[in-house]
Ligand binder design. Structure first.
Ligand code: SGN
Ligand code: CA
Length: 525
């Protein structure tokens, strides 16, 4: 008999120990590999940032090299939509992965977000993530849950020298411009975080919310440009009852004094108030705007010339405010690069909803019409998303939560209604939506009638209620500007029927009982 060295009694004695040791090393290595696969997550949410004003989305004028960089290094989503186009409700949908009827935060006016329900941050914490939200949150007054750290703007927050609500409920005042401060605070948190754990950080920017106050260094950045009017700028709302009664037009609603900074000593609305600027900031501010006011007084535009003058100023202020947003997104991306985090960090950039840049003669959002329904969204995910990809399937903001949870290896709470698009990114089996559902509830400022509806690639069906009882149908192929409501045309009858069936199915799917009631009641003529 030939004895192998491993048959030596000494080896035999320790064989079990040795085997266990190998097993243990294996488990540890595998465990670490799994951990290493848990990506960090940075979600940058801006406010009211229109896709029409982003280079990667085709803007001729906007300089957004850092957002464009996300498109180059990752993916641009061309059909990303929101479930309810307004600030708080959109953030609530992103957090919970649920429609407003399920997460309870239907409008900005009466809601306090119920943090006792599941949200993606809580689910990430359960699989070892540390989480933070810095900047604008706008979800009411309840204490945030799911975040190990937060420092958030009260309500809308201020552009200059803003207060932040701290975790002990005190307010801390910061000197400077809000977009810079939010970015710096986010970077500080990333630096002091526990490096042994993966992290999820939400960076909530106030920009580009009304009243579009640029950083001092960006004043005048777009002054040499004369912006073209959108093709439906002079919309007459002829076939659209709800659109006819809104209060969000550049011509009538946008004010020279408050929105466009043509100060006349009269009191300003809270969001246009500049009294929280330092004396020096005010000096630089006035040096710029007073010159424009003088020019305005010389020109004295009236009628359409006045509306167009306002449009030009609106575009300039808005894009200049967005300049700081873009620069600060660049700062965050640079930090991820420099710190070596970029390779294992998902970065998502999106706005809480889209915005009107003169389309239909408007500013603001809320409608199921394209510019506010659709929102810009880009994502960098090294190793998974091929640089320069275009994702053109329908996606909703409620899809973000389940997608991130899947990427992190966390359980997706069963009540989440969104559809993870991780398989789509991984080029695995994924059934894209053929139709998307929308429901807007608020019935106050800007006089937009509550409505719900369904959109397919070709058609959009909308039911307005409360303020205006009305149905609308658009053929988006022949009428991309959404000017001609063809709901009552005989030829459209089969399409109305088909779209109503789709709408009804989605109302049922998302269990929107309020919409179901209205859908089934019909309109008295
Ligand atoms: C403010 C603005 C509105 C805006 C809402 C909601 N008015 O009330 O124009 O629609 O916020 O915005 S202002 O005179 O105060 O600027 S949201 O983004 O928070 O939903
Ligand atoms: Ca908003």
């Amino acid at each position: 008999m030939i004895l192998k060295p491993t048959d030596h009694p000494y080896f035999m004695k320790y064989r079990r120990t040795f085997r266990n040791y190998v097993l243990l090393v294996g488990i540890l290595t595998f465990g670490c590999a799994v951990k290493a696969q848990q990506p960090n997550i940075v979600i940058i949410i801006s406010d009211d940032h229109a896709y029409q004003t982003i280079g990667a989305y085709g803007s001729k004028w906007a300089q957004t090299k850092n957002i464009d960089r996300l498109a180059k290094e990752g993916a641009i989503f061309t059909k990303s939509y929101v479930t309810n186009s307004i600030c708080g409700p959109s953030r609530a949908a992103i957090l919970t992965g649920k429609y407003s009827n399920k997460n309870g935060f239907k409008d900005n006016e009466n809601s306090n977000f119920d943090f006792n329900q599941d949200n993606f941050a809580k689910a990430l914490q359960k699989v070892g993530y540390q989480t933070a939200w810095i900047g604008k949150m706008h979800l009411g007054n309840n204490t945030p849950q799911g975040f190990d750290y937060y420092s958030i703007l009260p309500d809308q927050g201020r552009y200059y020298n803003p207060d932040f609500i701290q975790m002990d409920n005190t307010r801390k005042k910061f000197q400077g411009y809000v977009t810079d401060i939010v970015t710096d605070e986010a970077e500080k948190w990333m630096k002091k975080r526990d490096e042994a754990k993966p992290f999820c950080l939400v960076i909530g920017h106030k920009a580009t919310h009304r009243t579009w106050m640029p950083a001092l260094e960006d004043l005048g950045r777009y002054d040499s440009i004369k912006f073209e009017l959108p093709s439906n700028f002079y919309d007459d709302y002829k076939t659209r009852k709800a659109a006819a009664v809104q209060d969000m037009s550049i011509a009538r609603t946008m004010t020279l004094r408050n929105d466009l900074k043509m100060y006349d000593g009269q009191p300003l609305n809270h969001s246009g108030d500049i009294s929280d600027m330092t004396e020096d900031q005010q000096k630089q501010w006035h040096a710029y705007y007073d010159k424009i006011k003088m020019q305005f007084e010389k020109e004295k535009p009236v009628g359409r010339a006045l509306t167009e003058w306002k449009y030009q100023r609106y575009m300039k202020d808005y894009l200049s405010t967005a300049a700081s947003l873009d620069r600060n997104i660049g700062k965050t991306l640079d930090y991820l690069d420099k710190s070596g985090l970029a390779q294992n960090t998902i970065v998502i950039y999106l706005s809480d909803q889209g915005f009107y840049m003169g389309e239909h003669g408007w500013f603001d959002k809320r409608w199921m019409y394209e510019q506010s329904f659709r929102t810009p969204m880009l994502m960098r995910y090294p190793g998974l998303v091929k640089p320069g990809s275009t994702i053109d399937q329908f996606l909703l903001n409620i899809d973000i939560a389940p997608t991130l949870l899947q990427a992190a290896g966390a359980a997706v709470p069963t009540e989440m209604q969104g559809l993870s698009f991780l398989p789509l990114l991984k080029k695995q089996r994924y059934t894209a939506r053929e139709a998307i559902y929308y429901h807007y509830y608020e019935n106050g400022e800007h006089a937009v009638s509550p409505h719900f509806g369904v959109k397919t690639n070709r058609y959009k069906l909308i039911r307005f209620y409360k303020r205006v009882e009305h149905w609308e149908l658009f053929d988006l192929q022949n009428d991309p500007d959404e000017l001609h409501n063809i709901y009552d045309s005989k030829a459209a009858a089969p399409i109305v029927k088909e779209m109503k069936a789709k709408l009804n199915a989605l109302i049922k799917k998302y269990q929107d009982t309020e919409a179901a009631k209205i859908f089934n009641t019909g309109i008295k003529k």
